[in-house]
Every structure is written in C-alpha cells, then in structure tokens.
Design a protein around this ligand. Structure first.
Ligand SMILES: [Zn+2]
Length: 316
C-alpha cells in the first residue's frame, strides 16, 4: 500500500508526517531544521526511503496563488517568493505534490482530525505572532468570494491601539504574539515604554504565572478581546465548535479558559458554541498537508486553499 506525506514547511522547523494511505497508520514522523528546497528534498528522500509515496502536501507560510501554486509573499521564508515550491520539490523527489497555505492546513486538520472532528461546522482560531481564523464546514474552508474570509485577528474589539492593518481596535493588537510583549512593557512603564519589545508572548505568560500583576492585566485584556471576537464569530457564523490553537493556546489557563468565561458572561442572544483547545499541537500543519495530499490523490482538483479533505483518517 502506498503512503501519503504531509510536510509542514515552517520558518525554523520542518515537520514530515508519513501515513499509510490504506491503514492510516503513522509510518514515520520527524522534525528537521528548515532549509531551502534542496535540503527539503534530502529530508523527503530520507523519510520516504523504500516506501512508495503517492503524493505529498506542502504547507506554505505566506500568500499562495491557488491556481498556480506560486508563492506571492512569505515573510519568514522570502526565498520562496515567486516560486512554485510544491512543483519544484516534486521535480526533485519524483513524487507529485500539492501546496496548501499553512493556516488552511492547520484549520482543516483541527476541524476534521483534531478538536473539532465530531462537528460539521467549526471555526478555528490560531493565536500565533498574528491571529488567524478559518471557518471549516464539512471539511472545507469557506474562503469567501475573494479568499479573504476568517480574518478574526482584524475584527475590532474596542482596543485603543492602531493595528498593522491600519484599523484601530483589532483583536491582534491585544493578543497577537508580536504585540503582547509591547503591551506588557506599556503596562509596566507607561509612556516611558520602549517603542518595541523583545519580550515574547511566552515571557508574558510565564510572568503572569509567577504573579506579575502587569502581565496578568495584559492577558486579562487580551482574553476579553478574544471573548468579544468569539461572540462576533458566533453572531455571524453560528459555528458548532470553536477551536483555539497556536502557541498561546498551549497555556489555556491564561488564554482559552478566561476567554471562554468572559464570552459566557457577555453573551446575550448568542448561541455560544463549545470552545475547545486545539488537539493536534505542533503537528496540525503536517496533518493538514497530508489531508491536502489525500484530497489531491483522490482525484479532486489540487486546490491550494480550499481543499476538502477526506475524513477517513484519524490523528494519532
Ligand atoms: Zn488589524
């Protein structure tokens, strides 16, 4: 029986997940430092030795043209700009492949194999450096008429800060990993706060755990903002489950749990869905890439953004 390979091509680490397409058994999984396409091809050859692999899926951390598989812009991996990485890798390793945007891959995996696997209508929120979202219905991302749906990081939640997008009040200005450190500095130093901060989101969570009042206040405002965004998503989309993932969701005591409580207190007419912490952790992207490969292998058009995966797999 042949295998499917999911590749999560991240800014610092690349995760490879090899799954038997018949038994769905995970045959191999490994995480290697990210290199350029030639190094990635070596890693693929190593993991696929002696095995027949029918197709790979490759996540792209950046904008992707779904028709051509060409990367528009990748902030963390600028050498991919203008390239069609899945086609290039396919040529080097002799296995056909398909590209999928990383947020889409993570969302499809969590919705179909992870925390939302028992629900048909799932909204996935990823709390990373930025805040991303995707509405997944029956295993398919609802990308909208222009591919721009799901931007929950840029819904206004009443914050006083100007966002990188130009709007004032975005959720991302409160809970984006790139913003939390800055908010913490501001909370501690007021007007004297430096213009940028080297503190990471993890630093803020650890300080909050150690009893730092400023860090706790910053996280309380961030989770209040997340609760408001969850209410807006519920009012507009009425999902059956909301899954919250990404780095910050790994400290649910300071992020997901208070947001769930705040949303419950603030809800009026809303039919609040069950809000769950993501289940696949750092492997979500690789599972999503594998599902994109499976969809393409099943003969569906190899869509790069809204791939509807089969749901015959389970995560292990
Ligand atoms: Zn914004």
């Amino acid at each position: 029986m042949s295998a499917l390979l999911g590749i999560d091509y991240g800014g610092t680490r690349t995760k490879l997940l090899l799954v038997d397409s018949g038994t769905q058994e995970v045959l191999d999984r490994r995480s290697v430092p990210t290199g350029r396409l030639a190094a990635l091809a070596d890693a693929v050859r190593e993991v696929t030795t002696d095995r027949s692999v029918s197709r790979f899926g490759l996540t792209i951390a950046g904008t992707l043209d779904p028709g051509t598989g060409v990367v528009g812009r990748s902030t963390n991996m600028p050498w991919l700009d203008g390239l069609a990485p899945a086609a290039g890798l396919a040529e080097q390793v002799g296995i056909p492949g398909v590209a999928v945007q990383d947020g889409t891959a993570m969302a499809i995996a969590e919705a179909t194999l992870g925390a939302g696997r028992d629900a048909r209508d799932v909204f996935v929120i990823a709390l990373g450096t930025g805040v991303a979202g995707a509405h997944v219905v029956d295993g398919e991302v609802r990308a909208g008429a222009h591919g721009g749906a799901g931007e929950i990081g840029h819904v206004a939640v009443g914050a006083p800060h100007t966002c990188s997008c130009g709007q004032v009040g975005c959720l991302e200005t409160l809970i984006g990993g790139g913003q939390l450190g800055r908010r913490w500095e501001q909370e501690r130093a007021g007007a004297q706060a430096p213009a940028s901060s080297t503190a990471t989101a993890r630093d803020v969570v650890m300080a909050a755990e150690a009893g730092d009042r400023a860090a706790q206040a910053v996280l309380a405002r961030a989770t209040d903002g997340l609760a408001r965004a969850i209410l807006q998503a519920s009012a507009l989309l009425d999902p059956g489950v909301i899954v919250v993932g990404g780095g910050l969701a790994r400290s649910p005591r300071w992020t997901v749990h208070p947001a769930v409580e705040a949303a419950g207190r603030a809800a009026t007419f809303h039919r609040l869905p069950e809000i769950r912490t993501a289940a696949l952790g750092v492997w979500a992207g690789a599972y999503g890439a594998m599902l994109a490969a499976d969809t393409a292998a099943a003969g569906s058009p190899p869509s790069d953004s809204g791939a509807a995966p089969s749901t015959r797999f389970t995560a292990s």
